[in-house]
Design a protein around this ligand. Structure first.
Ligand SMILES: Cc1cc2nc3c(=O)[nH]c(=O)nc-3n(C[C@H](O)[C@H](O)[C@H](O)COP(=O)(O)O)c2cc1C
Length: 190
């Protein structure tokens, strides 16, 4: 059974990115994937302390909800990360999560281990919306997400990025976004 893990980084539980994430996972489920969504905004994830404790054994010393999330990520075959733009970047919740992936980065770059514990080829999708218009508004966040996926040996499989989407539910009025999200979820299982 293919497992797809969705990570939602918006403070709005039924906001634009959450809706896109839901449709994307529904597409994957339609192909038989086991799907799970984790709301990053509801977790207790402390900021990385840069103590380099993870350089010893690849394990983060901070005991909080991130410990369970590391396990969820290891079990997943694909990860779909959804975040709105906030000040042209990922949300604070997503950034906390990303920085704590330093322990997985250390597994790979310091200890020479597979970041997620095995050599499985995982796929990643990046979902975002922003209120401003212009295709380039996602450049900064895209760089961050690409760096994260690369560190975790996750292939950057695709992206769903929609500028000019601001009010909650704006995404429902976009002519193609939710269909594209569903289709991307379907293709994830190809
Ligand atoms: C604190 C904050 C900062 C924001 N900064 C940006 C920004 O820099 N660029 C942008 O295009 N939209 C920005 N927005 C708008 C959101 O990205 C936009 O409303 C998005 O569609 C919200 O998605 P959501 O419903 O999934 O939360 C910001 C919104 C908030 C609340």
């Amino acid at each position: 059974m293919i497992r797809v893990l969705g990570l939602s980084g918006s403070p709005r539980p039924d906001g634009n990115t959450a809706r896109l994430l839901k449709r994307c996972l529904e597409g994957a489920a339609c192909r038989g994937a086991a799907i799970k969504t984790v709301d990053l905004t509801g977790l207790d994830i402390a900021a990385c302390r840069h103590c380099d404790g993870c350089f010893e054994d690849g394990r983060c010393i901070i005991e909080d909800d991130m410990q369970e999330l590391y396990e969820e990520m290891k079990q997943a075959d694909s990860i779909v990360l959804a975040t709105p733009l906030q000040f042209m970047a990922v949300t604070a919740h997503v950034k906390l999560f990303m920085d704590r992936c330093q322990a997985l980065w250390a597994r790979k770059h310091i200890l020479g281990l597979a970041p997620l514990g095995d050599e499985n080829s995982r796929r990643g999708i990046f979902i975002s919306t922003g209120g401003r218009k212009g295709a380039r508004i996602f450049d900064g966040a895209r760089l961050s997400v690409k760096a994260l996926f690369a560190s975790l040996d996750i292939q950057y499989f695709g992206e769903l990025l929609y500028p000019g989407i601001d009010a909650e539910g704006d995404i429902d009025r976009h002519p193609t976004a939710l269909t594209e999200a569903f289709d991307m979820g379907i293709r994830l299982l190809d």
